[in-house]
Design a protein around this ligand. Structure first.
Ligand code: PGA
Ligand code: MG
Length: 237
């Protein structure tokens, strides 16, 4: 059986919860924001489940978890404060997940085009990848310029395919959330989910990703077998 990785020409990686564990810095900025607003910090373990739909949504959930239901002006002020605090520490406590560097290196060396497709704003995603030493691996970084472009919209993946000059079926997305799987299906891309990200409480199996792995390096070992229908190949872990 052929390997999945030999059946695609490009691979897109989600950022938060897939290649970098950003929860420590997001949590630190969130807790500084709460304290500055007169609240109490949240326990670290509450942070990962709040990440995934962009900063405004993250800040809203942080405030709600802290017992505050923010009105629009308060949310705007808190989001500004958070952006300022997070911008000062995007890669202080955050860590690259195991085998990510080796996997990106191997895929690039094999001639695949690599994209980073994230709901994170570019002004944080770009310096984060640079400080982590990962930006050089990626041919393109796709971030939502408009809220409606966020995954689960296929919009960013369409842009990634266009920049990589590949058809959607020749693009594999690796991500940690339901939004990643839904975006890939909507775009017609293949998708592998990682099980260690920020959405461990959300069942990923029922959305039928092509495979679920516990380490990004496993994507290089997945096999595929022919299948009828438009999604002609399916990975077998
Ligand atoms: O910043 C977020 O909200 C999520 O980012 P991600 O799409 O890289 O997981
Ligand atoms: Mg993610």
């Amino acid at each position: 059986m052929p390997k999945l990785i030999d059946c695609v020409a490009a691979v897109s990686f989600d950022l938060d919860g897939t290649i970098i564990d950003t929860a420590p810095d997001l949590g630190a900025a969130a807790n500084m924001m709460l304290v500055m607003l007169g609240g109490r910090p949240l326990p670290d373990e509450r942070i990962p489940g709040l990440i995934g739909a962009g900063i405004d949504e993250f800040v809203k959930k942080v405030l709600q978890q802290a017992g505050v239901t923010p009105d629009a002006p308060m949310l705007e002020m808190a989001s500004m404060l958070f952006r300022d605090l997070y911008g000062q520490r995007v890669f202080q406590r955050s860590r690259i997940y195991p085998n990510v560097v080796m996997t990106l290196h191997t895929l690039r060396t094999a001639g695949l085009t690599l994209c980073c497709v994230t709901n994170k704003e570019r002004k944080f995603a770009q310096p984060l990848l640079e400080l982590a030493g990962l930006s050089g691996f990626f041919n393109a970084l796709l971030c939502p310029d408009r809220p409606e472009d966020r995954k689960p919209s296929p919009s960013l993946l369409y842009s990634a395919c266009s920049q990589a000059e590949v058809e959607p079926i020749d693009m594999l997305l690796v991500g940690d959330s339901r939004a990643d799987i839904q975006a890939a299906h909507a775009a017609g891309c293949r998708v592998v989910a990682v099980d260690y990200g920020y959405h461990r409480d959300q069942p990923l199996e029922e959305l039928r990703p092509d495979a679920i792995v516990s380490n990004v390096s496993e994507i290089m070992e997945l096999s595929v077998r022919p299948r009828s229908g438009t999604r002609a190949l399916r990975a077998i872990p």
